[in-house]
Each structure stands twice: as C-alpha cells, then as structure tokens.
Design a binder for this molecule. Structure first.
Ligand code: NDP
Ligand code: GDR
Length: 357
C-alpha cells in the first residue's frame, strides 16, 4: 500500500474492535474509532492503547458517532480521510435482537448502508479510494442448508440480527458490483476471547466458573445446551479482516476453524479446568432460549486459507483454557492445575452480575 495508512473502525470499543486496533497500530496505522456517548465509560477494552491525543506519539483517535446517525458518519469520514474502513459496530446479541428488532436492524442493516453511501459520496467528491470491510456473520446461514457452510451456501437467517446482517452483506456486494468499490464481506463464525462480552455464552460460562470458585456465585442459569458452534479465537479473526483488505481484488470469505462443539462440551471443558462438574451448577431458564435457534454451525475456511494464507492458531481446548484462566486471574485466583497457557496474555474484566442475559 503506497497511501497513508489510516483506518476507521466502527465498533472500536467491542471485542473485535479492540484486537483489530492493536493489530493495525502494530502495523503502523493511524487508527480512528467511532464511539458512542454513554453515561459510564465504555472504553475498557482500548484504554491500554489509548494515548492523550495532544501527544505527538498518539496514533489512536476517537470520535463520537453512531451507525444510526448518517450525518455524523459523513462528517467523520471527511475529517479522518481513511483509506480502510472496518464496519464492526452492531447490536450484536442475537437473543437481544428479538427484543429490540427495529434498533438492531437500524444499526446493523441500515447502519451498513449509511456507511456505504457515505463512502460512495466521499469517493465521488475526492477521488480517494476507500477499502471497506463488512463484519458478516455465520448467523446468516441460520437454519442448516448444507454443512460445512461455505461462501456459496445459501443464507437462511433466523433472527432480526441475522436478517439485518444478510441485508448488510448484500448491500456490500451490491456496492462492489454497482460502483466498483473495494468492499469485502467477512463471514466470520463465532470467535471468543477474554474480552468477549459477558452475556455471550462462552464468556458467561468462563466468568461463572471463576465466580463459583471465588464463592461469588452458586448457580448458572442457561438456555439451549445442544446448539453447536464453530468457535475460534478473536485475535486470529481480526487478522483475517485485515488480510481481506490487502488483496488485489475485493471478495467475500468464510473465516472459521472447521470444527464444531456443543455448548455442553464447552461447559465440560470450562468446569473441568477447575475440577468441577457443571451439572452441579447449571440450571435451565427458558428466558435464554431464542424464538428460533440456529442449531449447527461449522464453517469451511478453505478459501480464506488458500487465498489469504489465513490459519487459526488456537484450538478449542486452548480457547477455553485462555478464557477460564483470564477470568480466574481477574478475580485474583491462581489457575488451579498450574497449567498456564502462553498463547495469549490478556486482561479480562469482571463486572457485577448482568441480570437476565
Ligand atoms: P461487540 O458486541 O463486542 O461490539 C460491538 C461494537 O459495536 C461495540 O463497540 C459497540 O459499542 C458498537 N455499537 C453498538 N451499537 C452501535 C451503534 N448503533 N453505532 C455504532 N456502534 C455501535 O461485538 P464483536 O466485537 O464481538 O463483533 C464485532 C462485529 O462482528 C459485530 O458487527 C458483530 O455483529 C460481528 N460478528 C461477531 C462475531 C463474533 O463471534 N464475535 C462473529 C461474526 C460477526 P458499545 O461498546 O458502546 O456498546
Ligand atoms: P451467538 O452467540 O448467538 O452464536 O452469536 P451466543 O454466545 O449468544 O450463543 C451461542 C449459543 O449458546 C446458546 N445458549 C446461550 N447463549 C447465551 N448468550 N446465553 C445463555 O445463557 C445460553 N444458553 C445457551 C444460544 O442459544 C446459542 O445457540 C454470536 C454473536 O457474537 C453474533 O454477533 C455473531 O454474529 C455470532 O456469534 C456468529
């Protein structure tokens, strides 16, 4: 790339936004992120890489904005003049999308369109090419049509969130084909880390394991334990996002490990790590069920491996270990079996219990 390395990230305060920022800063980018105004701080995941913007060394800059606010998106684009945009912002919780469908579709679906339109106009006015990454999801495959799922597998979304992601996916394809924009869809399968939001199932489990060991929690209420997911490590997945935008031509890629495990198997490993039997702690609560469930996800990452040279570096067992250890450490507990992973030192935050999710 001969242009100035400057990237804009929506969703920079999220799990992926934080890892992607680290990666881009390591690669010498100036990184700009859009954050939402909230009544409490929401920058925990990026505080360690943020520097006072008055310092000459500052490389990470934050701007208030929202995917539901097209005017602000346009203004930020004009100010920042990025050459790469990563659209990671979303109401990303599938269960919550059934409770708040309009907002979910507005931020996830229309938000993508607003950004694409802003880029189209910016490019028309300035002649500057902007490369665009859209955070697509395996949830778009939804009801099983074919396994493993690959780029050509038909979508069958099963939630407002997934429907909105399908819309964002096709708009991205459409802008590529209609206007020749360098726009890529990553179809990423579930990816987790110690920075995973506390209400997603993996983190909910590993956080509960730590709290149970610490005597802070006695029970863990959960929904469907039979669903199967292709779970990878978030740090690996943000690398794939960046790789997509470094290719000669824009394209769409499935990013996955190619292995699938049930929620039950995740429970086995996570509780097993501290020598506990999850069946002594887990209870069913129907509020965690979804009106329609996605039963089985398993991706075929062959294209990403071949074209991007991408490979996952962390196994399922290592992922569970990394997450349980991080949650134990965050509570000041030493890993019980002394088997410390060196795969990824990381921080995790343990906040007070988050109620019903
Ligand atoms: P998170 O939920 O951790 O982060 C979502 C980010 O989006 C946060 O920064 C959040 O801000 C921001 N956001 C929420 N609503 C808006 C809005 N209206 N306008 C602007 N920003 C908003 O998600 P992940 O990091 O896990 O995922 C990143 C993206 O990848 C998402 O689009 C997600 O749907 C998608 N994805 C994730 C997968 C995964 O397994 N993690 C798999 C496939 C796709 P705040 O911090 O203020 O809430
Ligand atoms: P998912 O992730 O819906 O796959 O979406 P989540 O971790 O929420 O659920 C995975 C599976 O676990 C089952 N489950 C529970 N889920 C939650 N959250 N809480 C529970 O108590 C519980 N009990 C069982 C769920 O029913 C489901 O089958 C994630 C998000 O990051 C999306 O944004 C992303 O697009 C997809 O991954 C790929």
């Amino acid at each position: 790339m001969t242009q100035r390395k400057c990237a804009l990230i929506t969703g920079i305060t999220g799990q992926d936004g934080s890892y992607l920022s680290e990666l881009l800063l390591e690669k010498g980018y100036e990184v700009h992120g859009i954050i939402r105004r909230t009544s409490t701080f929401n920058t925990d995941r990026i505080d360690h890489i943020y520097e006072d913007p008055h310092k000459e060394t500052a490389k990470l800059f934050l701007h208030y904005g929202d995917l539901t606010d097209g005017t602000t998106l346009r203004r930020i684009l004009e100010e920042v003049k990025p050459v790469e945009i990563y659209n990671l912002g979303a109401q990303s919780h599938v269960r919550v999308s059934f409770d708040a469908p309009e907002y979910t579709v507005d931020s996830v679906g229309m938000g993508t369109l607003r950004l694409l339109e802003a880029i189209r106009d910016y490019r028309h006015r300035t002649g500057i090419e902007v490369r665009f990454y859209q955070a697509g999801s395996s949830e778009m495959f939804g009801k099983v049509q074919e396994v493993p799922q690959k780029e050509t597998t038909p979508f069958y979304p099963r939630s407002p969130y997934a429907c909105a992601k399908v819309y964002g996916h096709w708009q991205t394809v459409n802008y590529r084909e209609s206007y020749g924009m360098f726009a890529c869809n990553g179809i990423l399968f579930n990816h987790e880390s110690p920075r995973r939001g506390e209400t997603f199932v993996t983190r909910k489990i590993t956080r509960a394991v730590a709290r149970i060991v610490a005597g802070q929690q006695k029970k863990l209420f959960m929904g469907n334990l039979d669903s199967k997911r292709d779970w990878g490590y978030a740090k690996d997945y943000v690398r794939a996002m960046w790789l997509m935008l470094q290719q000669e031509t824009p394209d769409d890629y499935v990013v996955a490990t190619g292995e699938t495990y049930s929620v039950r198997e995740f429970l086995d490993l996570a509780f097993g790590y501290v020598n506990l039997d999850w069946q002594d702690y887990v209870e069913f609560d129907e509020r965690y069920l979804r009106p329609a469930e996605v039963e089985l996800l398993i991706g075929d990452p062959a294209k990403a491996k071949e074209k991007l040279g991408w490979e996952p570096s962390v196994t399922f067992e290592q992922l569970v270990q990394i997450m349980v250890e991080a949650d134990l450490k965050a509570l000041g507990l030493i890993p019980l079996n002394g088997n410390i992973s060196n795969a990824a030192p990381d921080h995790a935050t343990i906040r007070p219990s988050v109620g019903s999710l």
